[in-house]
Design a protein around this ligand. Structure first.
Ligand code: ADP
Ligand code: TZD
Ligand code: MG
Length: 578
């Protein structure tokens, strides 16, 4: 026991002072910093902590699995610019939450994973404690920062460090280790209150250097075929007006990465979403705003980028991101709001639009592709194909532009990303940088809780399975979530056969499964939709009523393709080539 706590215990025995404990100090520290929601799974040693949190006015969402609670916290961080907080029990609960913490770090979402842990003395001597594990050591390589608090008097500063680490600079995941003993530690209430820290300016503005701004504009001015790529960092930054003004003032076509869709509407005349391959290939200067040149952009090189020489301008808060894959001709390091505002100020009153042929060529390509797609989206095929079903959802989102859209799967993801237009910032949340399956229900829950808007979750049947049990959570909290499962009987397609034994092929599931019945088990609305008309009626009813709903959309098992749109990443057998 710490010296501080000991001396306080003596006084308390004498009945001289009012006391507080670890439980309350943690709650007070979170509340003081505006953290009002916890995503959690209870158990030893945090059951009482969650009860007290609820009693003290925090909203506690109690999940069925920590990974889903963690994904919820991660996306809460993305949507609010405040760290989303996930609370778990020790070892197994911690490990279940850890995937989400690593996911948050990879995606640059601010999140704090708080896990209870077992007795330090026993864990460190490996004497076999209840749920024994050296959690801090395990978390460290998987997150942005990791801390452990041993003394009640350090709770204020510990939580302050966690918050600042999560949101400042490039946002990411932070692990906070709270040994069971800490919760029960007592200290003088007034000293406890004094020990709390309200984090001042947790993510300070970071201004770009004047030179870097000038250099960037010189490069942009020299462009004949410029392109702006908006990434989810731009959406996260909540600098929506500045970004819109920059895009429109520059007259440059823009390409939104999937979670940046809606920052400017996909229907904006400068949007090059439907001319993606053309603009990547033919552009000569590319302005990256909060997007990385990772696998999602073919690392900025190779055949997708064409042969013409290209110059990159990159705006990012993380200096190390520059030159990660290709040379960056004009790095602009700072927060996106400050960087874009500085560019705007330096551009002055009149800025030359790019040579007119370029936006014209991009627009023509876009119209051509949109026209090609249109009839497929209106098809009434039964069983439904992806296009017929997504055509319906596209119209529904157009009519309900403030609804949140969650999306995961392979074909279900890739086709929905292209087909469903988004009209407002931060409305589309999906598998992100890892292309991870399992974010669906956690994201849907956090989206409903954090935004108060209705949620439409468009899910592959496989993708849904990773977090499906949380439909009980959705029903329990009566959240306005409508889940549409694109049920094609499996992963990519439902048609694979195992050539050698009676076991099913690895990519297929039970044929004709009725996921809608699962929802009914928890008192939600379940609908089996076999045609675009049935799908339209069911989704509209759900979005109107706000009742938890799951629609089993029956999709032709032969409609999808292997790995959706990224089949090229599948390793090929060298033997096959011989
Ligand atoms: P996408 O997947 O949409 O291409 P990425 O996740 O690859 O986007 O890139 C997001 C980038 O945005 C990261 O490099 C991150 O450092 C950066 N970023 C996040 N928030 C900010 C901010 N407020 N200001 C500047 N850059 C930011
Ligand atoms: N595990 C995790 C955590 N993430 C993954 N991305 C995968 C496995 C591999 N995987 C994909 O990349 S997509 C996918 C898996 C299992 C499921 C695709 O099937 P679906 O979608 O039913 O969700 P479609 O519409 O049938 O293609
Ligand atoms: Mg499927």
């Amino acid at each position: 026991m710490s010296a501080t706590a000991q001396s306080i215990d003596t006084k308390s025995a004498a009945g001289e002072q009012e006391l507080t404990d670890g439980f309350h100090l943690i709650i007070d520290a979170l509340k003081l910093n505006g953290i009002n929601t916890l995503y959690a799974v209870p158990g030893i040693p945090i059951t009482d902590f969650l009860r007290m949190s609820q009693a003290e006015g925090l909203r506690v969402l109690s999940f069925r699995h920590e990974q889903n609670a963690g994904y919820a916290a991660s996306i809460a961080g993305y949507l609010t610019k405040q760290p989303g907080v996930c609370i778990t029990v020790s070892a197994p609960g911690f490990l279940n939450g850890l995937t989400a913490l690593a996911h948050a770090t990879t995606n640059c979402f601010p999140m704090i994973l708080i896990s209870g842990s077992s007795e330090r003395e026993v864990v460190d001597l490996q004497q076999g404690d209840y749920e024994e594990m050296d959690q801090l050591a395990i978390a460290k390589p998987l997150c942005k920062a990791a801390y452990r608090i041993l003394h009640a008097a350090d709770i204020g500063i510990g939580i302050a460090r966690a918050i600042r680490a999560a949101v400042s600079g490039r946002p990411g995941g932070v692990y906070l280790d709270l040994p069971a003993k800490l919760f029960g530690q007592v200290m003088n209430a007034a000293a406890g209150a004094k020990s709390l820290v309200k984090v001042i300016d947790p993510a300070p503005a970071q201004f770009p250097s004047k030179d870097s701004v000038k250099r960037a504009l010189d490069v942009l001015k020299s462009a004949k075929r410029p392109l702006i790529i908006l990434g989810k960092g731009a959406a996260y930054a909540q600098a929506d007006e500045a970004i819109k003004t920059f895009v429109e003032k520059s007259g440059v076509p823009f390409l939104p990465m999937s979670m940046a869709k809606g920052l400017l509407p996909d229907t904006h005349p400068q949007c090059a979403g439907a001319a993606r391959s053309t603009v990547l290939k033919d552009s000569d200067v590319v302005v990256m705003i909060g997007a990385r040149l990772n696998w999602l952009l073919s690392h900025g090189k190779g055949k997708n980028w064409g042969d013409a020489p290209k110059k990159f301008i990159q705006i990012d808060i993380e200096p190390k991101e520059m030159d990660s894959n290709v040379e960056i001709a004009a790095p602009v390091v700072g927060d996106i709001g400050s960087c874009v505002s500085a560019l705007l100020a330096e551009m002055g009153g009149s800025w030359p639009a790019p040579p007119a042929e370029w936006p014209k060529a991009v627009a023509a390509k876009r119209e051509e592709n949109v026209a090609k797609m249109a009839p497929r989206l209106m098809n009434n095929n039964v069983p439904m194909d992806y296009h017929g079903a997504l055509g319906v959802l596209r119209t529904i989102v157009k009519e309900r532009p403030d609804a949140m859209l969650v999306n995961e799967g392979a074909n279900t993801l890739d086709l929905a990303r292209g087909i469903i237009d988004v009209y407002q910032p931060r409305k589309r949340i999906d598998v992100g940088t890892w292309g991870i399956m399992g974010i669906g229900m956690g994201y849907a829950i956090a989206a409903a809780v954090e935004t108060g808007k209705p949620v439409l979750a468009v899910e592959g049947d496989s993708a849904f399975g990773f977090s499906g049990m949380e439909i009980e959570t959705i029903c329990r909290y009566k959240l306005p979530v409508c889940i549409v499962i694109f049920n094609n009987d499996g992963i990519y397609r439902g048609t694979d056969v195992n050539a050698v034994s009676s076991d099913p092929a690895t990519t297929v599931f039970v044929k004709g499964a009725r996921y809608d019945k699962m929802m009914e088990a928890f008192g939600g609305v379940g609908v089996n939709a076999t045609s675009p008309d049935e799908l339209r009626r069911a989704v509209n009813a759900a979005m109107d009523s706000g009742k938890p709903t799951l629609i089993n959309a029956v999709i032709d098992p032969a409609a999808g393709s292997e790995s959706g749109r990224i089949g090229n990443l599948n390793p090929q057998s060298a033997l096959k080539k011989k």
